[in-house]
Design a protein around this ligand. Structure first.
Ligand code: ARG
Ligand code: ZN
Length: 466
């Protein structure tokens, strides 16, 4: 008997098992050292939620499919609402929360062996608008609902996650809301049904998605649906309270299918199987490339239609969403290219060539303008979304294009999105691919345009065709 149980014990422990250790409470991004976690990777988030617009109460269950990347004694998720229970592989796990630090530390009843799968079930509730984390609140309340859409983080206020673009996963998001109210998220609407006291909307994102690109919008929306030329379902949602901006919003976002077709010509086949956009009644001024279904603020349509912002957010579907950052320092790989797409659109519309727009950026900002102090290739966390990352970033791409020639340049755009599809890429990967395709050394060009805190000399600009 004694020998048999000793044998059972031996079999239960993998031969090469080390001593289980805690996963790091960081994924190791120098810009945001507290974001994301080590010791595991997530493959899928299943969120089953209920939201009450009147009180801003959100409650529900997150079921997270993960896999241990080390022998793991405990691990963290990024989260800031109130957790009532955690199960790991069906068994209650101990947990401690530090909402202000957006961490939920979980100690499973038994360590997880490296390579093993874990199902983590987190039950939670909270009033997201009341939760301030490091001075910010990424949950936008509207008169009839709320929106989760911000960058680099939005997830803390609505679901527990490994909050970093390095750990992409698929999603099922199902949200019950009061009758007459809709819940919009990423991907395809797989189900809509009445419940005892409301309506439940179920959404599926079946392609890998970074946490900050997961979105939830609850409110009273006018919905439009259709299909792209390739048969991809289109779903757009417009707040019923857009007032004077309603028509301009539609005249812009309804062009998503046309814009995606046009962008596919430059960037390759559209990587996702759903498309759309939503315009909630928020007071913010930014847009966000939430996957398959960008978020737009009404303010963007206050001066009339704005197809250009749609071009920008939809270009991100390739640059940012399909090919995601490995670290936030490389934000130029997102914003530079999304802005360059707007320049290509301008050229296409006969409203100024990409070269004219690059010249304009150069002329608009004299050498002593602090604009040139921001390095688009390494702007610092506080300057990630500064104009320089967008406009100087796009000028850098024009300089690249004139240096390598149109043939290599357009080949590079498609090769980049193809090589890193549904994954990640970093600046070194990009430079390597650009040099391989063009056969030209490009270190100096990038140094000048992306990594020098001053205006490129007129000579360098001229060499680059500026
Ligand atoms: N990626 C977004 C865009 O340029 C930027 C979002 C900036 N975030 C913010 N809270 N302002 O489309
Ligand atoms: Zn952008």
């Amino acid at each position: 008997m004694a020998a048999a149980s000793a044998l059972t014990l031996l079999l239960a422990i993998p031969a090469a098992a080390g001593t289980p250790t805690p996963g790091a409470p960081s994924i190791g991004d120098p810009y945001y050292p507290t974001y994301g976690n080590g010791g595991y990777r997530v493959s899928h988030y299943d969120l089953r939620l209920k939201y009450q617009p009147k009180t801003d109460e959100l409650r529900g269950t997150a079921t997270i499919l993960a896999s241990a990347t080390q022998d793991l004694s405990r691990f963290d998720l990024d989260f800031s609402l109130d957790v009532s229970s955690v199960l790991v592989n069906g068994r209650p796990a101990a947990f401690t929360e530090t909402p202000a630090a957006h961490k939920l530390q979980i100690t499973p009843s038994a360590p997880l062996a490296k390579g093993s799968d874990a199902t983590v079930v987190v039950r939670y509730s909270g009033v997201p608008s009341k939760v301030v984390v490091s001075g910010i609140n990424g949950w936008l309340r509207t008169p009839d609902g709320a929106v989760a859409a911000d960058e680099p983080e939005a997830a803390w206020w609505w679901f527990p996650s490994n909050d970093h673009p390095l750990d992409k996963a698929t999603y099922d998001v199902s949200v019950e809301v009061p009758k007459g109210t809709q819940a919009v998220s990423n991907g395809v609407l797989t189900d809509q049904r009445d419940t005892v006291d409301g309506t439940r909307y179920s959404w599926r994102q079946d392609r890998p998605q970074a946490t900050y690109l997961a979105t939830l919008a609850v409110g009273r929306f006018d919905i439009t649906t259709g299909r792209t030329g390739d048969g991809i379902p289109v779903f757009n949602a417009y707040s019923k309270d857009l007032g004077d901006n309603a028509a301009a919003a539609r005249a812009s976002v309804e062009r998503s299918a046309e814009i995606i077709d046009w962008e596919s010509g430059y960037f390759g086949k559209y990587p996702f199987n759903a498309l759309g956009g939503y315009v909630p009644n928020v007071k913010t001024h930014y847009a966000l490339e939430t996957q398959t279904r960008p978020f737009y603020s009404p303010a963007q349509f206050a001066r009339g239609s704005n197809a250009s912002v749609v071009v920008h957010e939809l270009a991100h579907q390739w640059f940012g969403d399909d090919v995601s950052l490995e670290r936030w320092r490389d934000i130029w790989l997102n914003e530079g290219f999304a802005t360059y797409a707007q320049w290509l659109w301008s050229d296409y519309q006969g409203e100024g060539t990409t070269q004219q727009l690059a010249d304009y950026v150069y002329a608009q900002h004299p050498a002593n303008d602090p604009f040139w102090k921001v390095k688009p290739g390494d702007p610092g966390a506080a300057h990630q979304f500064d104009d320089a990352v967008y406009d100087r970033g796009a000028a850098a791409i024009q300089a690249l294009r004139t240096t390598v020639g149109d043939k290599a340049f357009f080949q590079l755009l498609k090769a980049w999105t193809k090589e890193h599809a549904y994954g990640n890429g970093d600046f070194a990967d990009f430079q390597g691919l650009a040099e391989k395709i063009s056969g030209k050394p490009l270190a100096r060009l990038f140094q000048t345009w992306l990594f020098t805190p001053e205006r490129p000399a007129a000579a360098a600009a001229a060499r680059a065709g500026l």
